[in-house]
Design a protein. Sequence first.
Length: 115
Amino acid sequence: MAPTPPCEEVVLRLERACRRLLTPCPEALEEAAAELERAESCLREFAGAAPAPCAPQPPILRELRRLTRLAELLLTNAETLQSGWARWLSVMTGGYTAQGQPAALESAPSVVIEG
């Protein structure tokens, strides 16, 4: 099987990342992050390589732009959702401050060991 051209590889990785960003669970977000990192790596390789005989055509560049914008919107919405949940959790657990703002959540110190 022939290797996938760099731009097509980036498109595939961005499509996978966007699909995973539509699934609201930590595992899907971690998989999306990995796909985005791989897409970035492919783009860096492509940018550093000498011009290939089969340079990307405008349609694939438009698709790259579209998918990059979609990933950006999905990540922005994920951050908005997360901050909304954090605000709701603050209100439900800590109430409000004297100024009428949600009380800040106090997190317990923790240690995470991997490996």
